[in-house]
Design a protein around this ligand. Structure first.
Ligand code: ZN
Ligand code: ZN
Length: 359
């Protein structure tokens, strides 16, 4: 019979403890919180440092802030050490004030000043700047690093500029630049394009594990980042840009980084575009796609089987893309390991899949 030594017993107990208690294991935990077509993605290091990328929408009695706080509680963290606000749109910056009423936010990272105009957007921006004035504030540029535990956090785009030198492990010619078609005004005028183009986009490395989260950086801005040389390199987990809308996610980006899994933070009617599903599917090795929501535009032909989708309800969606749904919501959780392997779990049904180290 095998004798379990006290040391081995400790290891066994550690392995059996909940996956996402800050500091209890050696995983980077990532939560893509469902904020109904906004963005809110929480990263927690093995030693419990936290970095949140965006805060979801304002309003709804603090719905999105509550959902982020629930993910933070699950991860065992009681403050946000670094908040990256990718850009100053309501679905990204909007929940910050309500979140700060639930969890202290220590460092505010962003691209500086909105390029948007209009009374409502400027008023929303002022609410945020009043808040960030109460913490440490840093405007970042491409190539800057954030000291989040032992993660390798590198800014790859900000304020309309992109990296001019490749990340470690990147820099090869990108064959998917051939045939790149720039979007014209007919497409770029559809959304708040100018502010989207300022998005703070971030590479997050943890040992051999590599991921990227880009806010709403647009298709045309992907070109200088990825062409003619690929400055990002291979990615394990792609957090799908711009909610999966057709104004981001070019072949030059998606096919070059060749992710093994992707998570799309779409809402029922926000993002989740047919073109985005099709481009991901057309990769040489299509990534396993997970979705925060069932996509109504995607329909039966394009949505993944329901076990890959965290939230299935079709709900009232307002003209500005906000979904009114107030009930229970589910996140997608990723436990990433230093060897580059990672496990993705749908919190609605417990369905999970593990991806081994990259070959
Ligand atoms: Zn957005
Ligand atoms: Zn935006």
């Amino acid at each position: 019979m095998r004798v379990i030594t006290p040391l081995l017993l400790c290891l066994v107990l550690a392995a059996a403890s909940p996956a996402a208690q800050g500091g209890s294991d050696d995983t980077l935990d990532i939560y893509t919180v469902d904020v109904e077509g906004g963005e809110a993605t929480l990263f927690v290091t093995p030693s419990g440092e936290s970095m949140l990328v965006d805060t979801g929408w304002p309003g709804f009695d603090g719905r999105d802030a509550d959902r982020i706080a629930a993910a933070a509680a699950d991860a065992g963290v009681s403050q946000i050490d670094y908040l990256i606000v990718t850009h100053f749109h309501g679905d990204h910056m909007g929940g910050a004030v309500q979140l700060a009423q639930r969890l202290p936010i220590r460092n505010f990272i962003d691209h500086g000043t909105t390029v948007d105009e209009g009374e409502n957007r400027l008023a929303a921006f002022r609410l945020y700047t009043d808040l960030r004035g109460g913490g440490a504030h840093r405007v970042v540029a491409p190539g800057d690093r954030l000291p989040v535990g032992d993660l390798d956090v590198v800014i790859i785009a900000s304020d309309g500029a992109v990296l001019d030198a490749p990340l470690d492990g990147a820099g090869g010619a990108n064959p998917y630049c051939e045939g790149f078609t720039f979007h014209g005004e007919d497409i770029t005028s559809r959304y708040g394009n100018a502010e989207d183009d300022q998005s703070v986009s971030t590479f997050v490395g943890f040992g051999a594990f590599r991921s990227v989260i880009m806010g709403d950086l647009n298709w045309n801005k992907e070109h200088p980042l990825m062409c003619p040389e690929d400055k990002v390199g291979p990615i394990d987990l792609y957090l799908v840009s711009h909610h999966g809308s057709e104004t981001s996610g070019s072949e030059a980006l998606v096919h070059a980084i060749a992710p093994r899994a992707a998570i799309m933070n779409n809402g029922p009617r926000k993002g989740g575009a047919v073109q985005t599903f099709e481009i991901l599917q057309a990769a040489d090795n299509p990534p396993d796609l997970w979705q925060n929501h069932y996509s109504i535009p995607g329909g039966e032909a394009h949505n993944r089987p329901e076990q890959f989708i965290a939230n299935l309800e079709e709900d009232t969606t307002l003209a500005d893309g906000r979904a009114v749904h107030m009930g229970a919501s589910h996140w997608i959780h990723v436990a990433a390991r230093r060897d580059g392997s990672f496990t993705v779990t749908n919190s609605r049904n417990g369905f999970s899949r593990t991806y081994g180290p990259r070959e």
